[in-house]
Ligand binder design. Structure first.
Ligand SMILES: Cc1cc2nc3c(=O)[nH]c(=O)nc-3n(C[C@H](O)[C@H](O)[C@H](O)COP(=O)(O)OP(=O)(O)OC[C@H]3O[C@@H](n4cnc5c(N)ncnc54)[C@H](O)[C@@H]3O)c2cc1C
Length: 416
């Protein structure tokens, strides 16, 4: 017999856990299902950067040309892609290249800004109110540059933020040295996004998981949703490896796996996995003062108390999270290029995760037009941690039928 339930959230990564948290706060009874452990997904080993400054989507002018350059110099490139004749993948690539326009940036700026700022405020509020222990650090995100051309790109982004009343400081060589004494002498300049912050994503998600469980949510782990039945445009049954559920409302928050679920109810979603890697090292006596981004290498560094997290690479790949040690080594070597840190550290962990990427760089957050009791929250690409609380709050509003706190027009899947 199917278990009768109120709201079933499928996926216990950053988006699903936040959705469960905010739904429970409004008195809904949540069943959270994950095929693995809740609080891990592609979220726990990421860089932990909370970046309201990130108002320019991945699909921006110059990206196609940059991608071609990276593909021609694979040994130096932070990017790679699989070659496949899968029609969904080819269609995604075409849509992505067509979205790399000024028009897409102009259309995306305000939705991304609204979502990012809301999330940043919610992080601060929830971490403080719930007393979450997660290495929350509000000293901003500092980009370091070694070449003039990359620094010019950073300055351009800072100016764009100024035009949108958001903070960003352009720093010369000496100012960078003052802000980050560990920066290497070859670093020529930087941009400090002072409204950004960082945390330990694994600790944060574990703490939220614990709160959600304490609030009474049913946590179903190591259980894949394998089937979905609909009657008259409504999901009536979820089939899982641990039995069946009969929910009032369903939330798809399964990251890169969301298109598989959506296909089962006849909804095509253009989301592709973009793989990245991280390594976590034991911090010695040389710990960066704030979260960093190594401009040319696109490598992120995050101080996490007695640990340092280093992440990088974007590989349009398939649904596998195998760790390629050579790629991790490449990311590690960037650290010593930009910072005065010796590579004799102790590595505590290596990890790979999948960024659920849409062709235009914006997530999908909507009540489905096709299935009446379904809310979709997926496709957050490189911002799924950062945008987690705002998305969770919006999902709770969509499920409850209350007015969303920000305009969600830009996040509808009908734009594809
Ligand atoms: C190297 C790297 C660094 C990153 N750094 C940052 C950063 O600094 N800041 C930031 O904001 N973002 C960052 N990201 C992006 C961020 O990690 C993702 O956007 C985020 O993990 C997406 O969250 P999600 O909840 O949508 O998906 P996931 O975390 O992948 O969670 C989806 C969950 O759904 C479950 N699931 C899937 N299918 C089923 C099914 N059929 N039944 C049951 N369960 C299912 C999966 O097991 C998984 O747990 C980074 C990503 C990578 C790879």
């Amino acid at each position: 017999m199917a278990h009768k339930t109120d709201v079933v959230v499928i996926g216990g990564g950053s988006i699903g856990l936040n959705a469960a948290y905010y739904l429970q706060q409004t008195g809904r009874h949540v069943t959270l299902i994950d095929q693995g452990n809740i609080g891990i997904g592609s979220s726990s080993g990421n860089a932990g950067h909370i970046v309201p400054s990130h108002i320019v989507p991945l699909a921006a002018p110059g990206m196609v040309w940059q991608t071609i350059k990276w593909l021609l110099t694979p040994s130096k490139s932070p990017f790679s892609m699989r070659f496949s004749l899968d029609p969904d993948y080819i269609s995604f690539l075409l849509r992505f290249s067509m979205s790399c326009t000024e028009e897409n940036v102009r259309r995306s700026l305000i939705p991304l800004k609204n979502l990012g700022l809301l999330s940043s405020v919610e992080f601060a509020r929830v971490i403080s109110e719930e007393g979450l222990d997660c290495n929350y650090n509000q000293s901003g995100l500092l980009f370091l540059y070694k070449t003039k051309s990359a620094w010019e790109g950073g300055k351009h982004e800072a100016e764009l933020l100024h035009q949108n009343n958001m903070p960003a400081e352009i720093l010369d060589r000496d100012q960078v040295r003052q802000r980050e004494p560990l920066s290497d002498d070859s670093v020529i300049g930087g941009v400090h996004f002072t409204g950004d912050s960082s945390l330990n994503p694994g600790k944060y998600l574990a703490a939220i998981k614990q709160r959600v469980a304490t609030q009474g949510a049913v946590m179903v782990e190591n259980t894949a949703v394998t089937g979905l039945e609909t009657v008259n445009g409504k999901i009536t049954k979820l089939v899982t490896s641990q039995g069946e559920f009969s929910p009032e409302e369903v939330v798809f928050a399964a990251g890169s796996w969301t298109p598989i679920l959506a296909k089962k109810v006849g909804i095509p979603l253009p989301i592709q996995p973009a793989k990245g890697y991280s390594l976590t090292i034991k911090a010695g006596d040389r710990v960066p003062s704030q979260a960093l981004l190594l401009g040319e290498k696109r490598v992120a560094i995050t101080p996490l108390g007695d640990q340092i997290r280093v992440t990088g690479r974007l590989e349009l790949s398939s649904l596998n999270t195998d760790v390629d040690q050579k790629k991790v080594d490449g990311i590690a070597s960037a650290v010593c290029d930009y910072l005065k840190i010796n590579r004799n550290w102790e590595t505590l962990d290596t990890w790979a995760g999948l960024r659920p990427t849409t062709p235009d760089g914006l997530p999908i957050i909507e009540r489905s037009a096709a299935v009446s009791n379904l809310v979709i929250a997926a496709g957050h690409a490189m911002l799924g941690l950062s945008l987690g609380p705002a998305t969770g709050l919006l999902v709770s509003q969509l499920v409850n039928g209350t007015q969303p706190i920000i305009d969600l027009t830009g996040f509808r899947s009908s734009r594809f």
